[in-house]
Design a protein around this ligand. Structure first.
Ligand SMILES: Cc1ncc(COP(=O)(O)O)c(C=O)c1O
Length: 455
């Protein structure tokens, strides 16, 4: 994209935009929560809708001058219905500013302070916006017991969700690193949550929505399915849909679904007023109408056969990568993936996640360090490497390229393994000078040139 006005008026910002553009163009960006949106999605994002204030909902605004905003928001809602094959008696809210906000808005609409939430344990791949507090050592021992199947929360409340609500978390099984839904049922019966949440940032398998629906029904809880990561896969049919199983569904719009940064809430029609009130005036002020314009473009794209093909390829690519890592002796958490992401427990190679991720970045491959089930590391140096295929599939890469990427990643890890015990600063100095990493970065760049980013 050209930015002639920005270039002239603010060269400092222009230069940073161009540097970021170059990085995205010539490195492999494999953060599973990122994607590359289309030029049309980005054009709508920078449209004059950015100038608007439109507190309220279509035809119920607090300011005049919103006739086109009303048309836009209704069109966006309609496209969300189409993209997710929403039943007529379900409702759509396209105003949440981000995924975290969408979850807060749901709690705000349906819960009271002090209510109990049952969500996935954060170090096993859950999300901060589902509540998180830290276990802290005190004189008596470990506060916030981390037991085999359950975490009852610690004293250091990290997420505001844990400050307002009582948060109980279910864990994956230590060996399979999958959920045991019978255990989740037992926890739900004991703690009687008002809301049960599924979804997370690093769980590579599909969720059993039927099982969670039954558990929620059994204990009289709302069931919130947060499909932030897999929304695009669900829209395309590459992953199962929680519609009809969950009472409320939230998703971010910038991950697999390939839109602007934002979020959507889908809910049962009888909850519509409470959910809408939970968003505005309960949590947010004016919606970002430029984001809603851009989201509407993204949702139209999500209904195309090309998007469907894309989403299925995202999964195939992730499965191929997982297979190649397993063949090379890596511990791929849960033995594979059903989605767009995979997680490697680097302890199988006597390493942690931090330094390998730094070295891979130096070699032009961006992925992130991540906690893994049965974590023994720290938040800054957890034991896992998390990677995803949304952006590289958007570029058009397929299984053959996945084979090459797995080979490069393995090579980089082997090259730097002997130095991985160095302190972070020393390690980072050392890898800057490694010719092997420079060579891989050049090879990565030439692959990226074959599959250019549409900017
Ligand atoms: C499962 C889940 N929910 C919510 C969020 C929060 O989204 P946002 O960063 O837009 O607040 C994320 C972000 O990665 C997520 O993975």
């Amino acid at each position: 994209m050209d930015f002639p006005n920005l270039k002239k008026q603010d060269p400092e910002i222009y230069k940073l935009v161009k540097k970021e553009e170059e990085k995205q163009q010539y490195k492999l960006s494999m953060i599973p929560s990122e994607n590359f949106s289309s030029p049309a999605v980005r054009e709508a994002l920078s449209s004059v809708f950015v100038h608007k204030y439109a507190e309220g909902y279509p035809h119920k605004r607090y300011y005049e001058g919103n006739q086109f905003v009303d048309n836009l928001e209704e069109l966006c809602q309609q496209r969300a219905r189409q993209a997710f094959s929403l039943p007529d008696d379900w409702h759509v809210n396209v105003q949440p500013l981000a995924g975290g906000n969408s979850n807060l808005a749901v709690y705000n609409g349906l819960l009271e302070p002090g209510d109990t939430i049952l969500s996935m344990y954060l170090p096993d791949g859950g999300h901060l916006s589902h509540g998180w507090s830290f276990p802290e050592k005190d004189e008596q021992g470990l506060e916030g017991q981390v037991e085999q199947a359950i975490y009852l929360g610690g004293k250091r409340k990290i997420s505001i969700v844990s400050k307002i609500f009582k948060v109980v978390q279910y864990k994956v099984e230590p060996d399979s690193r999958l959920f045991d839904y019978k255990k989740i049922m037992a926890i739900a019966k004991e703690y009687r949550p008002k809301m049960i949440i599924s979804g997370g940032t690093a769980y590579p398998r599909e969720i059993n929505y039927d099982a969670l629906h039954s558990i929620a029904k059994e204990v009289g809880a709302y069931y919130l399915a947060d499909i932030a990561h897999e929304a695009g896969l669900v829209a395309a049919g590459a992953n199962k849909s929680p519609i009809g199983k969950a009472d409320v569904i939230t998703f971010t719009t910038h991950k697999t679904i390939r839109g602007p940064r934002g979020a959507v809430i889908l809910c049962r029609g009888d909850l519509a007023d409470r959910i809408d009130f939970g968003v505005f005036p309960g949590l947010q002020g004016g919606p970002f109408e430029h984001t809603i314009a851009s989201l509407a473009v993204c949702l139209k794209e999500a209904c195309t056969p090309a998007f469907k093909k894309y989403a299925f390829q995202v999964v195939k690519n992730a499965q191929r990568l997982a297979q190649r890592f397993i063949e090379r002796g890596y511990d791929v958490v849960s033995g594979g993936t059903d989605k767009h992401l995979l997680l490697i427990d680097m302890r199988s190679k006597k390493l942690s996640g931090r330094n390998p991720a730094k070295a891979l970045d130096q070699a032009g491959i961006i992925m992130n360090r991540n906690s893994v089930p049965n974590e023994t590391g720290s938040p800054m140096n957890p034991s896992g490497l998390r990677m995803g295929t949304p952006t590289i599939t958007t570029r058009g890469m397929k299984e053959k390229e996945m084979d090459k990427i797995a080979e490069w990643v393995d090579y980089v890890i082997k090259v730097v393994a002997p130095d991985c015990d160095l302190k972070p600063a020393e390690f980072e100095e050392k890898i800057k000078k490694m010719p092997e990493l420079r060579k891989i970065a050049a090879e990565v760049k030439s692959l990226c040139q074959k599959y250019p980013l549409n900017i």
